[in-house]
Design a protein around this ligand. Structure first.
Ligand SMILES: [Zn+2]
Length: 84
């Protein structure tokens, strides 16, 4: 059971600069995308390969302690800027 939980906790801890004031540090958990090739045998074309990619996942853990923006505001701004 513990092993399964650890396996799902794939990812890395990242600190991003605050998108509002650039001084604060935003604690995030980044789970990189995973691409898997799936093979599906078909009668007419032999094997078809399909690449399935899961999206990058960013979990924002904190707001900014310098300009006091909330976690939600920081997340919204990071997405708007295309950082996450
Ligand atoms: Zn800030």
């Amino acid at each position: 059971m513990f092993f399964i939980i650890l396996n799902c906790m794939r990812g890395e801890y990242v600190e991003l600069p605050c998108p509002f004031c650039d001084k604060g540090k935003i604690q995030c958990w980044h789970i990189p995308s995973l691409s898997v090739i799936r093979r599906r045998p078909t009668a007419t074309f032999g094997n078809t390969k399909k690449r399935v990619t899961s999206p990058d996942i960013w979990l924002i853990k904190s707001g900014c302690n310098v300009c006091n923006k909330s976690r939600e505001e920081v997340e919204k701004e990071l997405k708007r800027k295309g950082i996450i």
